[in-house]
Design a protein around this ligand. Sequence first.
Ligand SMILES: C[S@@+](CC[C@H](N)C(=O)[O-])C[C@H]1O[C@@H](n2cnc3c(N)ncnc32)[C@H](O)[C@@H]1O
Length: 218
Amino acid sequence: MNNNIILTDDGSNSIFNCNIKESYHSRYGAINESQHVFINYGLKFVSKKEIKIFEVGFGTGLNALLSYIYCENHKIKIDYQTIEKFPLKKAYYSPLNFSDQLKIKKNIFTNLHSSKWESKLEISTFFSITKYAQDLNDFKHEFYYDLVYFDAFSPEKQPELWTEKNFKKLYDNLNYNGILITYCAKGLIKRTLKKVGFKIYSFPGPKGKREITQARKI
Ligand SMILES: C[S@@+](CC[C@H](N)C(=O)[O-])C[C@H]1O[C@@H](n2cnc3c(N)ncnc32)[C@H](O)[C@@H]1O
């Protein structure tokens, strides 16, 4: 993968993938977008003290870092499972400025990245992470989740990930009252989510985006 580090409008970095010509986050603000979509309209909607999360696309680790901060602040336990087909090399993740922007010690972010793939690491009393260096399309889910962060590249760039088959697998591996949250608000994606059984809710998007989609298993 051929990548560039970019600066987004809220002062946080992101990565631009030159092969598919798409950035990992919104150019209006990486932290702003991730916080809005995945934390405010995902994690904050789960009212449990122990939460299992599955993330599609670990990428820069920003969603994991924001989830870590949330669970430390709210004293809830998170078991974070994440999949990534193209893990970023240290040369790309190391300069990212998320820790400075979020005023948190850099070693947490470094630990998220340097933890061994396919094995669980307890980052703190409240947060553990297991990363899978695998392709979502071949992934066999072992667990049931309360929350899915569906953060793949866009359906235009990676239609092979936004499929009925992948959504059905995720639906089947969600607990009742579980939520799948995504930045995508395309009609086709909402219809596909609905087809596999989800109930669809639309919420206002972060800066630069009209709507986002929350899909619930109820
Ligand atoms: C929009 S970016 C993810 C952003 C990430 N959540 C973050 O906070 O930086 C999409 C991610 O999905 C990964 N990806 C692409 N194809 C994949 C596949 N088939 N299976 C799993 N991950 C994939 C990409 O390498 C990229 O890291």
